[in-house]
Design a protein around this ligand. Sequence first.
Ligand SMILES: NC(=O)c1ccc[n+]([C@@H]2O[C@H](COP(=O)([O-])OP(=O)(O)OC[C@H]3O[C@@H](n4cnc5c(N)ncnc54)[C@H](O)[C@@H]3O)[C@@H](O)[C@H]2O)c1
Length: 326
Amino acid sequence: MDQKKLGIGFIGAGEISILHGRAIRQIPGAYLVGLWNRTEPTARKRGKEEGCKVYKTPEELVSDDEIEAVFVCTNLETHLRFTRLALEAGKHVLVEKPICSSVAEVEEMKAVAEQSGRICVPGHNMIHEASLQRARRLIANGEIGPVVSCYVMYNIYHGDERAATLPGVVRHLLTHPLYTMMYLVGRPKRVAAFKANRNHSRQPEKEDLAMVLLELQNGGIAHLCVSFAADDLSPSPWTYTIKVIGTAGTTHYTYQDWVEVKQGISHSHTYTAYQDTITNEDRAFVDLCITGQGKPLSDLDDALWAQKATEAVEKSIAKRVVVDIG
Ligand SMILES: NC(=O)c1ccc[n+]([C@@H]2O[C@H](COP(=O)([O-])OP(=O)(O)OC[C@H]3O[C@@H](n4cnc5c(N)ncnc54)[C@H](O)[C@@H]3O)[C@@H](O)[C@H]2O)c1
C-alpha cells in the first residue's frame, strides 16, 4: 500500500529554499507541490529547478488542497504575516529562523498557532544533528560533570553582495548559537555583548561580527561568536564549532569534519553537515505532521526565549551594560 505523502509549499524561494528543496527530495514521506516568490523571474527559475507548480500569490498557494504544510522562507520582517496566512488556511508551518522581529510578534505567532490547532515549528536546524543529541544526553545525565563553559563559534565569510541582502549578524545569525546553547546547557540568566564591522565597509551600519558572554544558571559561562567578517583558516578552524567543557568531561562538534571542495550557498566550501541538519529538521517536521506524534526538538517557546535573548544582546551593546534576560 502506498504511504501517504505530505504535500509542501514554499512561501519565499531564495537561498534557503534550495537546501529545503534538496532535503525534501530525500524524504520519502513528502514532496514539494509548489512555491511562491515575490520576484517572478526567481519564482519561475526555482519552479523549473524544483519541477513544481508556481503560484501567482501566497493566497493562491495556501488555497491549494494538495498542500498540507508550508515552509515560510522569506525575509524576517514578513514571517508573521505569511505564517498567519498559512495557519489560518489550515496548513502546518515550518518558519525559518529568526521567526520574528520582536518578542510581541513571537507571542502573536504562538497565539495564532494555538488557535489554529496546526503544527508550527521554528527552523532551528543546527540541533538536528546526532552528535549534538548525544552531547545533550551526556550533559543532562551528568556524565561530563557540572558544566564549566559552553562555546558556539561561527566564522564564515559572506561577500558584500550576500551580506547586503541580510540583516547584521545579531539578527541574522545569533539565533543559531542561542537555541543550540539552550538545547545543550539551558537558558542563561544574563548577557554582555559587543559588535563590530571589520570587513564590510560598504555597509558600515551593519555589524559583521558579534561576541556574546552569558552567565549560565549553574554559574558557568557561555561564549557565542557570530561572524561574516572572515573565514578561520587556522589548522583547527572555528568555522562552526561547539564545545561544552564539564568538570568530568568535554563534548565537541565541528563542521570541519565533513568538507567538500565546492561552493556551498553562501560559503566558500560545502560543509556537508549543514545540509544534513536541514534534511534532518525537515524529516522530523514531516513525521510530526504525518503522525501527529512527538514533540519538536525546539519549539515556539524556545524561539520566544531566543528572541528575548537577542533583544537583551542588543540592549547590552547599545547601553554598554550587562542585561538580565527576562
Ligand atoms: N536555517 C538556516 O541555516 C538559514 C540559512 C539562511 C537563511 N535562513 C533564513 O531564511 C530566510 C530567507 O533567507 P534566504 O537566505 O533564503 O534569503 P534570500 O535573500 O535568498 O531570500 C529572501 C526571500 O524573501 C523574499 N522577500 C524579501 N522581502 C519580501 C517581502 N517584503 N515580501 C515577500 N517576500 C519577500 C525574497 O523574494 C526571497 O524569496 C531568512 O529568514 C533567513 O534568516 C536560514
